[in-house]
Design a protein around this ligand. Sequence first.
Ligand SMILES: Nc1ncnc2c1ncn2[C@@H]1O[C@H](COP(=O)(O)OP(=O)(O)OP(=O)(O)O)[C@@H](O)[C@H]1O
Length: 208
Amino acid sequence: MRSLVEAEAATVEIDGTTILPPTSLEASAGQMWAVTGPNGVGKSTLLRAVGGRRPLTSGRCLLVGEEVDLRRAVHRRVLAALVDPVPIARDLTVREQIGIVADSWFGRSAVATGRTSRILEELMLSGLANRFPHQVSAGQRQLFHLALVLVRPAEVVLLDEPERHLDDHHLDLVLRVVGERVRAGATFLVATHHRTVTSTCDRVLRLG
Ligand SMILES: Nc1ncnc2c1ncn2[C@@H]1O[C@H](COP(=O)(O)OP(=O)(O)OP(=O)(O)O)[C@@H](O)[C@H]1O
């Protein structure tokens, strides 16, 4: 099976302190990986490294077989991540913002509009679509942020604690959408503290 994401002894140090000890993984198309371990062990750092947002001190991270480099359009297309805060506009509605992201990847088209409506429905956000981001609850905002990522056509998706603020029902909705993408061939790497998320994954990478 084709490897979409690889880490080879990926190591990150800051000011002489190791914040990610040498870590390796090889995730293929159609796999969902959980990255688990105690607070501060390096889960988010690993996702940032794999996503090309945290320079390595040693080792390497490969995306579709090449060293990850977000300056390359092909890598930006392949990869979508909800690891660090996403830029949000206060004066655009939930639907408008998800629609802009869809338009940017699919072109302004019926496909983009359909994709926007679908993710809103899948995450039960349709009733909130005309609200502004500051007019929704913390859990609804988390679903909105997930929608901004999941509306993209990415083959590799990195999610840091997608369970944040979500009740069991809404977490199940998210996992259903993720499961569909995985069955369609995407690779997901999910840092999590939640047993329901871990038990849904094909592989578990335990750090620490
Ligand atoms: N910018 C930074 N400068 C220095 N140390 C940092 C920096 N960012 C993170 N760290 C340290 O790196 C280590 C790994 O952090 P990271 O956020 O990857 O952990 P984590 O496993 O995701 O934790 P949590 O479960 O709490 O989210 C932690 O000990 C943290 O204090």
